[in-house]
Design a protein around this ligand. Structure first.
Ligand code: FA5
Length: 344
């Protein structure tokens, strides 16, 4: 029996020399200490056939070998984990590992900047559901069921059929305007609301993404008129795009504002002179208008006493215009490609 133990020791010593990797070490451990077929386990089983008087002595020798094997394997594990040698010793003079530092996504940066600008002129941020009722997204905004204007919002529907008599179906909110009547329903006047949030549409191409952000301003008070709208939009444009930029309001049509406008901004490339990018000196920014009396009524506000204006723009598009970013595909912003994202 003593011979067998010695042979096993030699076998182990030889096997240790072959260990180069963590995988080798694991298989060495299995081979000698494995519970079922480990060489040492097998040897221990043989003790059963040894005459009684010799069991204690052989048991001791075999246990000693087991201890040696366990210690050696744990030493090897340490060495592999600290290849600099010296087990747990550390070389404090080695340069440290630099961890990559992240930053806010372009949309988050833009949202912070936009929120700050409007906060200084008294707009308060509010939040509304992303999964919204058809009522707030369309019906209360003067777009009754089956009205063709709804088509422009290419909506994601959660329910196939209306599930509530007044509210209709649930949708992924296709524009931040869905916050307008919700804000009015709070019953607090005057209103100076800023809603910046995610919006969803069934659109995807070089200039559209299915999830994007809009920021929407809503002001309601006595004697609010178009000059207030123009002044507010101009203030934002000069702060966000630069003091040299100007705006113009161009007639447009939205069901929830009357009159409605599209806001153009003077081109930053040619300074409004007309160039390849803008053609005639102006770039189209987004929609705005005076809140329609029917929308005020839906929010429980008397249109004879109060009036208001609203505007709702795309965050990503505004930011791309500001940075003069020559990006020909808006989808790049959401592809998580660090080569693109790290440029902002
Ligand atoms: C609206 O959504 C109106 N609710 C805006 C409004 C608010 C008008 C208040 C009047 C009063 P429109 O569908 O044009 O309007 O969208 C506004 C802006 O959102 C667009 O100018 C564009 O910048 C951005 N936008 C729209 N769809 C997408 C899309 N799929 N991907 C990226 N940006 C988009």
């Amino acid at each position: 029996m003593n011979d067998k133990i010695e042979v096993l020791r030699q076998e182990f010593v030889a096997a240790v020399k072959e260990v180069k990797t963590a995988a080798d070490l694991m298989s060495l451990e299995n081979r000698f200490l494995g519970r079922k077929r480990g060489r040492l386990t097998e040897l221990m089983k043989e003790l059963k056939g040894v005459p009684k008087q010799q069991v204690a002595q052989f048991g001791q020798t075999a246990n000693k070998l087991k201890l040696e094997i366990v210690e050696k394997i744990s030493l090897l594990k340490n060495e592999l984990a600290n290849p600099q040698g010296g087990g747990f010793d550390l070389d404090y003079t080695l340069p440290g590992k630099a961890f990559p530092i992240g930053h806010l996504h372009l949309a988050s940066q833009a949202i912070r900047e936009i929120a700050d600008i409007f906060e200084t002129i008294g707009f308060q941020r509010a939040r509304y559901p992303e999964v919204e009722w058809d009522y707030y997204a369309f019906e209360a905004l003067n777009m009754p069921a089956d009205h063709p204007a709804r088509d422009e919002w290419e909506t994601f529907f959660i329910d196939r059929q209306p599930i509530n008599k007044k509210m209709g179906q649930r949708v992924l909110t296709p524009h931040t305007s869905s916050g307008q009547v919700r804000e009015m329903e709070k019953g607090k006047l005057p209103i100076r609301m800023m809603n910046i949030s995610k919006t969803y549409r069934r659109q995807i191409d070089a200039s559209h993404v299915p999830m994007f952000h809009q920021f929407e301003g809503l002001v309601i008070d006595k004697d609010i008129n178009i000059t207030h709208l123009k002044g507010t939009v101009e203030y934002f444009v000069k702060k966000f795009f630069g003091p040299e930029r100007t705006i113009r309001l161009r007639p447009h049509h939205f069901k929830f504002t009357e009159p409605s406008f599209e806001v153009d901004i003077s081109c930053g490339v040619c300074d409004g002179q007309g160039c390849k990018l803008c053609k005639q000196g102006w770039l189209e920014l987004a929609g705005a208008g005076m809140v329609h009396p029917n929308v005020l009524k839906a929010g429980g506000i008397d249109p004879k006493k109060y009036s208001g204006f609203a505007f709702g723009w795309g965050v990503e598009r505004c930011y791309m215009m500001k940075s003069g970013l020559a990006i020909d595909d808006i989808r790049l912003l959401y592809k998580n490609d660090l080569r693109v994202i790290n440029q902002f």
